[in-house]
Design a protein around this ligand. Sequence first.
Ligand code: NAD
Ligand code: WQD
Length: 338
Amino acid sequence: MANILVTGGAGYIGSHTCLELLHAGHDVVVFDNLSNSSEESLRRVEKLANKSSVFVQGDIRHQAELDQVFQAHQIDAVIHFAGLKAVGESQKNPLIYFDNNIAGSVQLIKSMEKAGVFNLVFSSSATVYGESNPSPYQEDMPLSLPNNNYGYTKLIIEQILEKMALADSRWSIALLRYFNPVGAHKSGQIGEDPQGIPNNLMPYVTQVAVGRRESLSIFGNDYPTKDGTCERDFIHVVDLAQAHVLAVANRLNNKGCRAWNIGTGSPISVLKIKETFERVNGIQIPTEFTKRRVGDLSAFYADASRAKAELGWQPQYTLEDMLADSWNWQKQNPNGFN
Ligand code: NAD
Ligand code: WQD
């Protein structure tokens, strides 16, 4: 069993991953500045796991804070979730994204090197495939510049990590390229809790369902897809969390830098999400079609065969599970962790 440092571990995907790590018998140290999360998620994780973890409030951009964590704890591997993720905000304030995501990751790499810790799992994104690759995306396709600054930070960090592994054979790095994470732990105790108006589809749908928003706007119904709305590869957050447990185990036994897609491989339209949510949960979602959102791709989905072959990872949850679990979380926590 290993001692894992989880940056951004209080957040949506991080909290679910901490729970799976604790269930798998690992020890967990969470490092998070709580800029987009609350410590309550970690209290709930500990309760669900019936096991405690260590929480350190700190910022990945601050070297002394990170160094202190590595001095205080014997860390075997790091899972690096910490970062900002709002595409629109990254267009308005690129420097905040370059600083938090890129400079913060460089700082983490420096502290890891100093501490002699070379196993790293990084939260990347399908956005690194850019705008022109055909689906299903495969890991060895040429990457290209995403059309937004958030995506750009993911591509740059991936490239920095690849160069680190090329230059120094002690590194063992997993680049997990997530598709569209949704859902929540079955208990409904932890889940996605965006601040302000949600940017992403799923929390918007659940906030309409719970009465916090009036209606869902579907951005465009004139795309070249079956029903005219965009198609995405939605993945249950617990399946995604499991992929991290497997990736850590893989990295503790291998060297180099390797990318894995984490998606189901099935494209699902935005309209189908709304209709399936209504059917599974018995709630109507008032909806209007509005104009396309700038920057949205029509459709993309994963070829996840590499993760299956090399990590032994396969999604366990259905689309119905994703939508039932998202709602179960939201209805038990209408105002999130507040
Ligand atoms: P989240 O915002 O819920 O979690 C990120 C966590 O990082 C938060 O708890 C936040 O407080 C923390 N954080 C941010 N900046 C920090 C800093 N400078 N120092 C310390 N902590 C900091 O987001 P999430 O959805 O859980 O995403 C986790 C990671 O996965 C992110 O890197 C994100 O870019 C990536 N990712 C997310 C998605 C998605 O759709 N949710 C898709 C692909 C990739
Ligand atoms: C999904 C679909 C929208 C909200 C983003 C990032 C990506 C990754 C995941 C981190 C799109 C439509 C949405 C709404 C809508 N994040 N939609 N009404 O854009 O696929 O991916 O999050 O790495 O990098 O770009 O996810 O949930 O925002 O949108 O119609 O109110 O839902 O147009 O087609 P996206 P999303």
